[in-house]
Design a protein around this ligand. Structure first.
Ligand code: S3P
Length: 429
């Protein structure tokens, strides 16, 4: 409940920062390391609270993991090396940990109980429970398995062909982990393309998975071999500085080593469409995940429409894109984004309420929001509501306000970006 005073009325941003490791890829590197055979090393791991929850769960399942800041070593003994935990597995605030872990545990012949924090307690688990039950796992939880605490007894699994009702990389990945352990070939159809880090990492760890348009196919019974994962910077963390660079006057910043996987770069497409001055400098061809540097300068922006297949490619960036839209000329409409309601907070409500407190002209709709741009932001008291991305978006909003802005629950930011304020201070002119 701590309240901090945010930096306001910034004179400009300049210089360069290295973006910390990608959260999605850091989780998966630990998970694949834990179920592969041999020693996996991870560099540029994100030591944020969420990824530390993943490490803690796998330690409880019997995997030896050494972590020092952004270096991790996982001593994997294969899927059969996992044991029943004598303690409850606590995923903290992390939806990725609980949903992907359920896919792994679905095929393990023992019992575990999973819990998380208050926010996890209201996020829907049926989307993973349903396909995993169909494959043969025994799962129960509050309200018929919809919410935590979740209890899971894994065992022999049978492959399924499954069409995801919502575009979700967490659900796709959970089924892929179960499919790896199932008898037969599991086929998943997505309504729109979601991030494909799991598919890439299966290949990196020596497994096979076939991606064909919106379908993914995996053969059960594969075993994986340890690897080295150098985690690219998280474009979802870079997003806060991309927007800051575009809206704070007198700015030119360089964001180094950002992951540029095309399933994640929707924010670049939208910002360019809105007129942002962004230059991408791709790194030499990488084997598994593309990366590059991003240069952003203060920009003249125009409103746009963000919808359809673009939504999964920028789902986590919508709070900060809404802020960007408050500074664009004209109207921005965000639609087809119902999923925002089941993130760490209901991000339609939290974005609209908090930005309104700072004077933005923004209204909630059933599946997104409408922002009338060109409004100067004013001082106010705002809250992250325990949601890291809302906290960082508000810290960027404060940079362009004249009066005082106070932020409650700022500590949530450590979920994905523990050094956020250090990096921001380094860029201030
Ligand atoms: C993630 C997938 C997305 C995203 C989340 C991380 C992942 O969630 O919002 O921050 O690592 O697979 P959904 O699968 O619920 O869309």
């Amino acid at each position: 409940m701590d309240q901090i005073q945010l930096h306001t009325n910034a004179a400009g941003l300049s210089g360069e920062i290295s973006i910390p490791g990608d959260k999605s890829i850091s989780h998966r590197a630990v998970m694949f390391g834990a179920i592969a055979t041999g020693t996996t090393t991870v560099t540029n791991f994100l030591p944020g609270d969420d990824c530390l929850s993943t490490i803690s769960c796998f330690r409880k399942l019997g995997v030896e993991i050494v972590q020092e800041d952004n270096m991790v070593t996982v001593y994997g003994k294969g899927l059969n090396g996992l044991n029943e935990s004598s303690e409850i597995l606590d995923v903290g605030n992390s939806g990725t940990t609980i949903r992907l872990l359920m896919g792994i545990l679905a095929g393990r012949p023992f019992h575990n109980v999973l819990i998380g924090d208050h926010s996890i307690g209201r996020r829907p688990m049926t989307r993973v429970v349903k396909p995993l039950l169909q494959m043969g796992a025994k799962i129960d939880g509050k309200n018929n398995g919809e919410f935590t605490p979740i209890s899971i007894r894994g065992g022999e699994l049978t492959a399924i062909e499954y069409t995801l009702p919502v575009a979700s990389a967490q659900v796709k990945s959970s089924i892929l982990f179960a499919g790896l352990q199932a008898n037969g070939t599991t086929i998943i159809h997505e309504p729109a393309k979601t991030r494909d880090h799991t598919e890439r990492m299966i290949r990196q760890f020596g497994g096979e998975v076939e991606s064909n348009g919106l379908s993914v196919k995996i053969q059960g019974g594969q075993s994986l071999t340890a690897s080295h994962v150098n985690v690219p910077g998280d474009i979802s963390s870079a997003a806060f500085f991309m927007v800051a660079g575009a809206i704070v006057p007198n700015s030119e910043i360089i964001l180094k080593n950002v992951g540029l996987n095309p399933t994640r770069t929707g924010i670049i497409d939208v910002m360019k469409e809105m007129g942002a001055d962004i230059t991408i400098l791709p790194n030499e061809a990488e084997q598994y995940e593309p990366t590059g540097d991003i240069i952003v300068r203060t920009s003249n922006l125009v409103g746009t429409v963000i919808e359809g297949e673009l939504i999964p490619r920028l789902i986590d960036e919508i709070p900060v894109l809404a802020l960007l839209a408050t500074q664009a000329k004209g109207k921005t409409i965000i639609k087809d984004a119902h999923e925002l309601k089941v993130k760490e907070t209901n991000r339609i409500d939290t974005v609209v309420n908090e930005l309104s407190k700072l004077g933005a002209s923004i209204e909630a709709t059933e599946d997104g929001m409408i922002i009338h741009g060109g409004t100067a932001l004013k001082s106010g008291e705002v809250s992250s509501h325990g949601d890291h991305r809302i906290g960082m978006m508000l810290a960027v909003a404060a940079l362009i306000t004249k009066g005082e802005v106070m932020l409650t629950d700022a500590e949530a930011i450590s979920v994905s970006y523990p050094k956020f304020f250090n990096d921001l201070n380094n860029l201030l002119r």
